[in-house]
Design a protein around this ligand. Structure first.
Ligand SMILES: Cc1cc2nc3c(=O)[nH]c(=O)nc-3n(C[C@H](O)[C@H](O)[C@H](O)COP(=O)(O)OP(=O)(O)OC[C@H]3O[C@@H](n4cnc5c(N)ncnc54)[C@H](O)[C@@H]3O)c2cc1C
Length: 396
C-alpha cells in the first residue's frame, strides 16, 4: 500500500506527539508506532521535568547539566534547552497537562541527583502518564493528524540523498510505502537490547540503525546510562524504576549491615559505580533502599505508582527496605542533529531519545530528557514549518 502525507512521524512518545501538535494544522501528519499508542517510555516517566526556576538559576542549572555530562555537552544546545524550558512548561500546561502545586498554588518542585536545587516539576510519581494521556487526547482531536499503531518502520525512503518517507510493516504484516515531504524519527532508545532495562522491550534503536544504514551521522552511541535504583526483581520483563526523587525526598541506600554507604544524590553514573562496588564487595545482586525516615502516608501519597509496583512484587516500602540495583535506562547518544533537530540528511529530523543534540554530554542529568524532548521537538516542527513555507513561496 502507498500513502502520501506532508510529514510522517515515527514514534508516539512525548517527542513524536509534541512534534505532531506543533506542526501547522494545514499539514497532513501521520504518526506511526511500533506498539500500542501508549506503549512508550515517555509514559513511564516518574520523576518529572526539570525547568529553570528563574534567571538567577541559569548558571547553576547550566553547571549542573555540564557537571553530570562530564563537560562533554554541546554548550549551545544546553543553553537553548534551559532558555526555552519555561515556555516548554507553559506549552504543556496550555495543552492541559497538570503538575503538582503546593497549598499556595505554586509549582511543587522536587529534587533529583545532580541538581543543586529543587527545580523538577512533577505530577505525583506518574508525570509521564499525565503528559502522554493529555497530549494523545489533544493530537487525536486534530483533523490533520492520523495514527497507525502496531506499524513498524523498517526503512527510510531516500531519493538523491534526501529523505522522502519511510517503509513500514503494519499489524497484519502488510508493507506500506509512506511518502512524505518531511520525516521525523522519534523512535526512543535502545533498552530492548539489554537484559535488564527500565524500557519497554520494543525500543531497540531502530531509528539509529536505519539512519546509519543510509550513511546518516550518529554520535556517542556508546554513551548509555544506567539508573542506580531499579527494583531487583529478576522475573520482570521490564525493570521497575524507583525514581531518583525518592532519594531526593530522603530515602537512603543501605548495605547488607543496614548502614548507609554513599551520598544518595550523586550523579547517576557515579552512584551506579558506588552501588556496583558495594554489591561486588558483598557478593550480592542488590543493595537496599530504605524509606524508614519518611512518613508512611506521605510516601504513599507522593509515590503511589512505585508503592503499588513494589507491593505487587511482595515489598511494602513503608515497612521494609526494598532491593535495588543499577539497570539500563537511557541513551545519551543517537542520531546526530543540529539545534533544530535536523540530521545530516535533508528533510530527515530526529527528536527525543533517538537523537543526539548534545545536551546530555556523557551522562544525562535527571529529568532533563522530557524537557529536551519538548524543546527540540517544537524546534523541529518550527523548522519544518519554515521549510514548508519556503517551498510554497518558491524560496526554498
Ligand atoms: C521508567 C522510566 C522513567 C523515566 N523517568 C523520567 C523522568 O522522570 N524524567 C525525564 O525527563 N525522563 C525520564 N525518563 C526518560 C524519558 O521518559 C524518555 O527518555 C523520553 O520519554 C523519550 O521519549 P521519546 O519520545 O524519545 O521516546 P519513547 O517515549 O520511548 O517513544 C518511542 C516511540 O517510538 C516508537 N518506535 C520505536 N521503534 C519504532 C519503529 N521501528 N517503528 C515505529 N515506531 C517505533 C515506539 O512505538 C514509541 O511510540 C524515564 C524513562 C523510563 C524508561
Amino acid at each position: 500500500m502507498r500513502l502520501s502525507v506532508d510529514v510522517v512521524i515515527v514514534g508516539c512518545g512525548v517527542s513524536g506527539l509534541v512534534a505532531a501538535l506543533s506542526l501547522p494544522e494545514q499539514l497532513r501528519v501521520l504518526v506511526i508506532a511500533k506498539g500500542g499508542l501508549e506503549e512508550s517510555n515517555s509514559i513511564l516517566a516518574q520523576g518529572g521535568m526539570s525547568v529553570l526556576l528563574d534567571e538567577t538559576d541559569e548558571d547553576d542549572y547550566f553547571a549542573d547539566t555540564l557537571e553530570a555530562g562530564h563537560g562533554e555537552n554541546r554548550e549551545c544546545t544546553v543553553r537553548i534547552m534551559i532558555g526555552e524550558s519555561r515556555s516548554a512548561l507553559d506549552y504543556l500546561r496550555e495543552l492541559g497537562v497538570e503538575f503538582d502545586t503546593d497549598s499556595q498554588g505554586q509549582l511543587d518542585y522536587t529534587r533529583e541527583g545532580g541538581h543543586r536545587k529543587r527545580r523538577i516539576c512533577h505530577f505525583k510519581d506518574y508525570t509521564g502518564r499525565e503528559i502522554i494521556t493529555k497530549l494523545l487526547q489533544r493530537a487525536q482531536q486534530r483533523d490533520n493528524v492520523t495514527f497507525m499503531d502496531h506499524t513498524t518502520m523498517v526503512d527510510i525512503l531516500e531519493s538523491s540523498g534526501t529523505c522522502v518517507g519511510v517503509r513500514a510493516v503494519d499489524g497484519q504484516g502488510d508493507e506500506l510505502e509512506i511518502e512524505s515531504g518531511w520525516t521525523i524519527l522519534a523512535t526512543g532508545g535502545v533498552g530492548g537490547l539489554f537484559e535488564q532495562s527500565t524500557s519497554f522491550p520494543i525500543m531497540t534503536g531502530d531509528g539509529c540503525r536505519i539512519a546509519r544504514e543510509h550513511g546518516v551521522r550518529l554520535e556517542n552511541m556508546d554513551y548509555v546510562q544506567f539508573h542506580p535504583t531499579g527494583l531487583y526483581s529478576p522475573g520482570d520483563v521490564r525493570a521497575v524504576l524507583v525514581s531518583e526523587s525518592t532519594r531526593g525526598e530522603g530515602a537512603v541506600l543501605l548495605d547488607a549491615k543496614g548502614e548507609r554507604f554513599t551520598d544518595e544524590l550523586l550523579p547517576r553514573d557515579v552512584l551506579c559505580e558506588e552501588i556496583r562496588r558495594k554489591m561486588e564487595e558483598e557478593g550480592s545482586s542488590y543493595v537496599r533502599l530504605s524509606f524508614e525516615g519518611l512518613d508512611a502516608d506521605a510516601v504513599k501519597a507522593r509515590f503511589p505508582g512505585i508503592y503499588e509496583s513494589c507491593l505487587e512484587r511482595g515489598y511494602d516500602m513503608t515497612r521494609e527496605p526494598i532491593p535495588v540495583c543499577p539497570v539500563q535506562h537511557y541513551l545519551m547518544g543517537g542520531i546526530h542533529v543540529d539545534e533544530n533537530s535536523l540530521t545530516t540528511m535533508p528533510r530527515l529530523f530526529a527528536v527525543g531519545e533517538t537523537s543526539c543534540n548534545g545536551v546530555h554530554g556523557a551522562n544525562r542529568l535527571a529529568s532533563n530528557s522530557l524537557l529536551e524532548s519538548v524543546v527540540f521537538s517544537r524546534r523541529a516542527a518550527a523548522e519544518i514549518t519554515r521549510q514548508h513555507a519556503a517551498c510554497q513561496t518558491g524560496t526554498a
